[in-house]
Design a protein around this ligand. Structure first.
Ligand code: GLY
Length: 332
């Protein structure tokens, strides 16, 4: 057993309201502390990620779970996913409304997906959308609600025209996520989102899509093992095109350049991507955790970057008494 464990969380990339800073800070601190406690007690990285994201979903200040952005018809439809480096398993729900904590349903799908198939040969799913996700949740004792207003906290501002108005109402911030390294050297990553504001009903964003919203993988080099996790936020339609979570994890893990330099290059490429030139703003944010296993121990690196005005993130590891939450207002 290894004795290092860490958590890295984010409350999305976008344009966060300054007035909510202390709330973002305290929810990230609570998520970090709860995940570290679980890891201390020997929980797996995927269980700890689920605990952290559940706290982020339950706080109305974030665009995930309670407080999610609304669709054009004023409903909430959530996406969430989780992946574990130990098994390579992935689980996701898309466009679900009745599940209190979408990350719990994603985790349950992932746990089954890691088995591959049932005895009679039926393949376990990776992603369930809408009613299918809700039926899975009910059948697997994941808490659901019939109250259609359960996740709704903001007024629907269809005619909002000024950015200030959207920011002040929490409509221009995004997706939450977490990455955990456990005592056994495994990393899991997860993500949960209410999606973009005023989205079309049935629209699914990167938070539910394999390779786009989260990634966790073990890379073997000649003399080294690297375990990498990523959790992504931004505009789903832009992120899905280039499989950001998997693509950035692979490039950061395998490039000879310093990881931070490689990440900066990737973000600049995102801004210059010819396929994205039709968009006036290109929005992506990412947190990455790299655990480099070397002969006598391990070195854990944390990276974050974004192309948006703001992104909030925080972290904690076994040797810290308090979590550290970074400013929402650094520029990539
Ligand atoms: N990042 C949230 C979405 O685009 O769905």
């Amino acid at each position: 057993m290894k004795n290092k464990y860490s958590v890295f969380v984010h409350v999305g990339a976008g344009s966060h309201s300054l007035s909510n800073f202390s709330t973002y800070k305290s929810v990230m601190e609570n998520a970090c502390k709860a995940a570290i406690k679980a890891l201390e007690e020997g929980s797996s990285s995927s269980a700890a990620v689920t605990i952290a994201i559940k706290i982020l979903e339950d706080d109305p200040v974030t665009n995930a779970g309670i407080g999610s952005n609304l669709t054009r018809s004023g409903t909430v439809e959530c996406d969430a996913s989780i992946m574990c480096s130990k098994t390579g398993a992935f689980g996701a729900v898309g466009s679900v409304s009745a599940i209190k904590n979408p990350i719990c349903a994603a985790k349950s799908i992932m746990d089954n997906e890691s088995l591959g198939q049932q005895e009679i040969g039926l393949i376990y799913p990776m992603l369930l959308v809408g009613k299918g996700g809700e039926i899975w949740a009910k059948n697997n004792n994941i808490e659901c609600t019939d109250d259609k207003s359960y996740h709704i906290t903001v007024l629907f501002i269809l005619n909002a025209s000024s950015k200030t108005e959207l920011v002040d109402n929490g409509l221009l911030q995004d997706t939450v996520g977490a990455i955990c390294l456990d005592r056994y050297g495994d990393i899991s990553s997860g993500v949960s989102s209410g999606g973009i504001a005023l989205k079309y009903e049935g629209r699914v964003g990167e938070a539910a899509i394999y390779k786009a919203g989260c990634w966790a993988q073990k890379f073997y080099d000649s003399d080294q093992i690297k375990v990498v996790g990523a959790s992504v936020t931004g505009t789903g339609e832009q992120i899905i095109r280039s499989s950001v979570a998997e693509n950035y994890s692979t490039q950061v893990a395998s490039n000879i350049d310093l990881p931070i330099n490689q990440l900066q290059k990737l973000l600049l490429q995102f801004l210059d991507d010819p396929m994205l030139q039709k968009y006036s703003k290109k929005n992506v944010g990412i947190i990455l955790m790299i655990n480099n296993e070397i002969k006598d121990g391990a070195i854990t690196e944390l990276l974050a970057g974004h192309t948006t005005d703001t992104m909030g993130y925080g972290y904690m590891s076994n040797n810290m008494i308090h979590p550290k939450v970074m400013s929402l207002f650094s520029i990539y």
